[in-house]
Design a binder for this molecule. Structure first.
Ligand code: SF4
Length: 268
């Protein structure tokens, strides 16, 4: 067996039977570590690569597990029949899977050895050689574009957006399939102007036909308390259905002004 099965990486969760993270029924592997610090992040325990203690409902647990690709595959094959029947497979999420490129590549290779469809949820805040190394092994890329203004992007995520936008162009030209996703966050990017700017950018990417608008939610806020951190967006409420519909129509109108390639949907 190829030696990439021996590769060890750090995860913090495995979620089975997901239907929102790529085509079909999928198992999601959450890798630990992320370069961004999005203020709305619903998985704050994903951000630090190091092991952490998190207290939930009075119980403290260690977040993080080092696992080999061989042992991980033993978990992933359990739902093989569902992947095959539904056109599903394996999705790497996080955190940022591109922050552990050797491990991510090894998982994708092992999945393809077994005939599993591969997907990633990523912000692609990574060096180009990392992106170029991983993309050939991924069947379905779901990439976040959070804001077109770099200063505002940095204010809410801790990082500017130039590298992300650059990588988006490269991925659009080289990936098998790319979907652009936008977490819609009140006060950050939920105006028609901001969504229109992202839609124009997505429309300008070759081979991109889908834009998903993901409404802000408050799931995961108790994890901040569990980690001894403050959740700084507790004043926010999720956007209404009417507001999301208006933003969807805005993005569609913007697409129609250009080449009309984009199918816009609310949710993943
Ligand atoms: S990129 Fe994702 S995992 Fe990383 S901080 Fe932002 S929301 Fe959290």
């Amino acid at each position: 067996m190829a030696n990439y099965y021996d590769r060890v990486g750090r995860i913090f969760d495995i979620q089975r039977f997901s239907i929102h993270d790529g085509p079909g029924i999928r198992t999601i592997v959450f890798l630990k570590g992320c370069y961004l610090r999005c203020r709305w992040c619903c998985n704050p325990e994903s951000q630090e690569y190091k092991f952490q203690e998190m207290t939930m409902n009075g119980t403290t647990k260690t977040v993080g597990q080092d696992i080999s690709v061989r042992d991980l595959m033993e978990e992933l094959v359990k739902d093989e029949v569902y992947y095959r029947r539904s056109g599903g497979g394996i999705t790497l999420s996080g955190g940022e899977a591109m922050a552990q490129p050797e491990f991510a590549e090894a998982i994708f290779r092992a999945c393809h050895d077994r005939g599993f469809n591969t997907a990633i949820e990523t912000t692609a805040f990574a060096e180009r050689d990392v992106v170029a190394r991983l993309i050939p092994h991924i069947d379905h890329v779901m990439m976040d574009i959070k804001h077109m203004d770099s200063a505002k992007h940095k204010a809410y995520t801790g990082q500017p957006n130039e590298k992300i936008l650059d990588n988006a162009r490269w991925i659009a030209e080289n990936a098998h399939h790319l979907v652009i996703r936008v977490p819609v966050i009140p006060g950050f990017n939920d105006t028609p102007e901001e969504i229109a700017a992202i839609a124009r950018f997505a429309e300008s990417l070759p081979n991109v036909h889908e834009l998903h608008l993901l409404p802000y939610h408050r799931l995961g806020t108790d994890k901040y308390t569990g980690l001894g951190r403050e959740y700084t967006l507790s004043h926010l409420t999720p956007p209404t259905a009417a507001h999301m519909k208006m933003l969807k129509e805005t993005a569609e109108r913007e697409s129609q002004k250009l080449t009309c390639h984009l199918r816009v949907q609310i949710g993943g």
